[in-house]
Every structure is written in C-alpha cells, then in structure tokens.
Design a binder for this molecule. Structure first.
Ligand code: AMP
Length: 299
C-alpha cells in the first residue's frame, strides 16, 4: 500500500520525504515531520515497533503504542501518509518469528555500529539497518529524516544510504523538554523519581559542553566530569563518553579532540535512556540548533 502510494507520488513528479518512527509520537517526531513537509512535497511516516532491533523481549512488549493518537498528531504536523505493518508484511521472504531469523537475514550495519550502542545492545543496529533498508526500498524517498537524539543511528543510516545510493539523509536537532530532558517515547514509562533521575543525562552533557568551552580536549576529562555529575543520581550508567564525530572509533579517541560529541546511556529504574550533545556546537537547552554530521549538511 505504502509502496503504491509513494510510486504514485513519484509518477506525479512529487518528492517524497520519509520519516521512520516506532510510533508513540512526541514533539521530537513532529519536528522531523515538519522539516520533511518544508523540504519535500509528500511526507510519508512509518509507524512500526521493529522487533528486529530489540534485544530484550520485555522492552519490546512494553514499548508504548497508540496508533490513533499518532495519526491525529501526524495530520496536524503536515504528514500526508502514515503506514504500519507486521514483520511478515515487511519481510514476506523471511521467517515470521524473529527468533527464526538467520544472521544472514539481517543487513550488515557497517562500521559505525561498533562500540557504544552496538556494544551494549548486540544486534540492535543489525535490526535497525534491516528495517531502514526495507523502508527505503518500499518508499524510494528522495529524503529521509532522522533525529540527532539517536546519534550513532544517524551514522549507521547515513552509511547505509551511501551504500544504497539514496536517499539524502537529513539529521534534525534533538528536541528537549524545558527541563533539558530529551523527548523520548520511553519517557512515558518513567515514574516521577525516574524522571528526576533522567534529568542528570542532559546536566552531564551541558557540563561537558561547558568544559569544552573552557578549552579541555582530553576525552578522559569529559568522562570524569560526566561520571561525577551522573554519580550524584541513582542512574545506572552504561556509558558516558566522547567520540570524534568525524573519525568514529568504537573506543575512546586519542587526545587532543578536534571536535567531539558526548554520548550517554543510562538506566533510570528499568527504563533505558540515551542522549548526546555535540560539544563544539551551539545547542541551547531547548535544542535550538545542531551541527552537521560528517559529510552531511544540516539543511
Ligand atoms: P523512534 O520512534 O524513537 O524510533 O524515533 C523515530 C525518529 O525520531 C528517530 O530518527 C529519532 O532519532 C527521532 N527522535 C526521537 N526523539 C527525538 C527528539 N527528542 N528530538 C528529535 N528527534 C527525535
């Protein structure tokens, strides 16, 4: 259905912008849709909680879902089409149960999948790259919109698009609550104490930004500072580190840093939160701006 709709738009000479999502939409998703609406002729949004990218069955099962509310929000935001599907609709040529998939059924997510999310969520980027390739094949979009909130994902997806030869990947800034907390579908799962704990992610990132502005360029210094900020919270930290966005390495980069993104993953109770910030860019607390990714202009 989505395939036919997109083909029809192309036949009319219209440019399609794709916004892949897992639903439970919030202002962050809306910002991607608005950007797509401003830059393309037809905005197509996928709403699919992709079982291929979840390691923990419980995390997949309790992921928030509200298709009706999502469609209302999308209509307001200026999307032209939304679609969803089941695993076997997306992959009729592969087993209906994820547990029966062979490693060769998955897309190779490439070198940017190594380290951090790739290390803490084995198989995650294989699942992301597999569904994103399929969405690109179905919609043949001229542009696809992704959030800087999932920083490493943007690197993986851009690399995939480069290999496929399309689409143009547009990375949009992270939208935050006034408190600094990055908007996320998973925020719905936080109780008040966990939400307060979640604020420490952006606090640590802003502290790292401050240290960068003072001239610090040693990755270890950023790790120490973010560790001490996060240490004041009950969060269970998986990583709080920096990477050179123009020379991604699975491990800590060699000093001195020339440019840097700070990245954090931590659990507030059972809810896993991630956030990041480019240290040499001018993002304010409301997430007003973001820097380009390597080879990527922030259009
Ligand atoms: P998800 O539904 O979580 O898979 O997200 C779908 C897209 O929305 C991804 O490209 C995310 O990076 C992006 N996104 C999620 N949260 C935010 C946010 N707070 N600001 C901007 N984009 C976001």
């Amino acid at each position: 259905m989505a395939q036919l709709w997109c083909a029809d738009q192309h036949a009319r000479g219209l440019r399609v912008g794709l916004v892949p999502t897992m639903g439970a939409l919030h202002e962050g998703h809306v910002s991607l849709v608005k950007r797509a609406a401003a830059e393309t002729d037809r905005v197509c949004v996928s709403l699919f909680v992709n079982p291929l990218q979840f390691g923990e069955a419980q995390d997949f099962e309790r992921y928030p879902r509200d298709f009706t509310a999502d469609c209302d929000l999308l209509a307001e935001a200026g999307a032209h089409m939304a679609f969803t599907g089941s695993l076997d609709q997306f992959f009729p040529d592969r087993p209906g149960q994820v547990s029966e998939w062979e490693p060769s059924d998955f897309e190779d997510p490439g070198p940017f999948a190594e380290g951090l999310e790739g290390a803490f969520r084995p198989g995650h980027f294989e699942g992301v790259a597999t569904i994103v390739r399929r969405l690109f094949e179905v919609c043949l979009p001229e542009r696809a919109y992704f959030g800087a909130k999932d920083y490493q994902q943007t690197l993986v997806v851009r690399d995939l698009a480069r290999r496929m030869g399309y689409p143009e990947v547009v990375v949009c800034p992270t939208l935050r609550e006034a408190s600094g907390l990055a908007r996320s579908s998973r925020n719905e799962l936080l109780n008040p104490e966990e939400r307060s704990a979640g604020l420490f992610l952006s606090r640590a990132l802003y502290a790292a930004r401050g240290l960068w502005m003072l001239g610090e360029r040693d990755p270890m210094a950023f790790e120490a500072l973010m560790g001490s900020v996060l240490g004041q919270s009950p969060l269970e930290v998986e990583y709080a580190t920096v990477r050179d966005p123009k020379a991604w390495t699975p491990g800590r980069p060699i000093p001195p840093l020339r440019q840097a993104v700070a990245l954090i993953a931590a659990r507030a109770g059972s809810v896993r939160l991630i956030d990041n910030m480019e240290l040499d860019a001018g993002e304010g607390p409301a997430g007003a701006a973001s820097r380009s990714l390597p080879g990527e202009s922030d259009r």
